[in-house]
Write a new protein. Structure first.
Length: 342
């Protein structure tokens, strides 16, 4: 892919995920009657801004996040009855956690679309010197048919190859929108395979699912990813062989995420869509952690207010968030430095 287009695509991915997150705060804030003063994508100097109604919509220079400014959230009561703090606790709590909830909803939507569309049988790897390599099959090819019979699942491809019993077969693939047919002679026991093989590694092979089934499967997949994320963090913290959070297998910062996004973007549409869903889910999980300056930290103060029966002094809460923000930026800098070393 052209480097410029790749850079634009990566920027679009990050911007899209941020917009989804901030839209959660924005829409729920509007819904309960809180005045929304600003919706910004990015931090730092404003590159572009336009005020529509009572809200300023802005794009800023540093594309590492974004924010929605809710009236009175800094502790002032200048917005009167439309101030954030003038609303019931349960409404404020919903507005705070809505960003992460929207980030959780995005992968469910994206995964559902993938499952309803189905996933073709795609060639990921072609072993050198094998029948597939000699015939001209290449990584990235989508297997469409074998001997004229449509292939939609991995099992159908394996059955067609084994049924040949070593006789030449006609493999039709789609490569960048064009159809190509190759004559390939499968080999028995190739690289330890139990039957006949072509010498390729393939993925995909999912038939389109009904909408209800696709949504259910997507929700389960999101649950699996959440569990896997926490399990992975636990392993990093407890398994010394993995090198810890800053080791070679550790947490990625902005540089590592951008590099991985560029890699996923070159793997095709379905690969990139899955990665976008995973990134959105990761952003939601990080933001909901009970750490000052994050949404989870603000939600923790609201829970404390519910227990005490009165809010924490706004000035003290803001100070805690400022300290948390400073620590957060320091951690981001450390992880970014580690990304560069990798």
């Amino acid at each position: 892919m052209n480097p410029i287009l790749l850079a634009l695509l990566v920027a679009l991915v990050f911007t899209g995920i941020v917009v989804v997150h901030e839209s959660g705060h924005y829409l729920t804030g509007k819904a309960v009657g809180i005045r929304v003063d600003q919706f910004s994508v990015g931090f730092g100097p404003m590159l572009f801004g336009r005020k529509i109604g009572e809200t300023l919509y802005a794009i800023r220079a540093i594309p590492l996040g974004g924010f929605v400014k809710l009236a009175g959230m800094d502790g002032s009561d200048e917005a009167g009855p439309r101030s954030f703090n003038a609303h019931p606790l349960w409404q404020r709590f919903i507005v705070i956690v809505a960003g992460s909830l929207f980030n959780f909803m995005l992968p469910v939507l994206l995964f559902s679309v993938l499952l309803m569309s189905g996933a073709p049988v795609r060639v990921d790897q072609v072993d050198p010197g094998t029948p597939a390599a000699q015939a001209g099959i290449m990584p990235g090819d989508v297997v469409v048919a074998v001997d004229g019979h449509r292939i939609q699942q991995l099992s159908e491809l394996r059955s067609a190859v084994n049924a040949s019993e070593g006789a030449p077969i006609q493999v039709t693939v789609n490569r960048q929108g064009r159809s190509h047919t190759y004559t390939v002679r499968p080999i028995l026991g190739l690289k330890g395979a139990s039957g006949y093989a072509l010498g390729v590694g393939v993925t995909g092979g999912l038939k389109p699912m009904a909408p209800v089934s696709a949504v259910g499967a997507s929700v389960r997949e999101v649950g699996v990813l959440i569990g896997g994320t926490f399990a992975g963090l636990y392993q990093l913290a407890t398994d010394k062989q993995l090198g810890g959070f800053l080791g070679p297998n550790g947490v990625r910062g902005p540089v590592g995420i951008v590099k991985q996004t560029a890699t996923e973007a070159q793997g095709g549409g379905s690969t990139l869509i899955f990665w976008v869903g995973f990134l959105s889910l990761s952003l939601g999980l990080v933001n909901i952690l009970p750490f000052p300056a994050l949404d989870g930290g603000r939600a923790a103060f609201l829970l404390l207010e519910a227990v005490r029966g009165r809010p924490v002094d706004p000035a003290r809460e803001q100070m805690v968030h400022y300290v948390g923000l400073a620590i957060l930026f320091a951690l981001i800098g450390l992880v970014t430095y580690n990304d560069v070393l990798r």
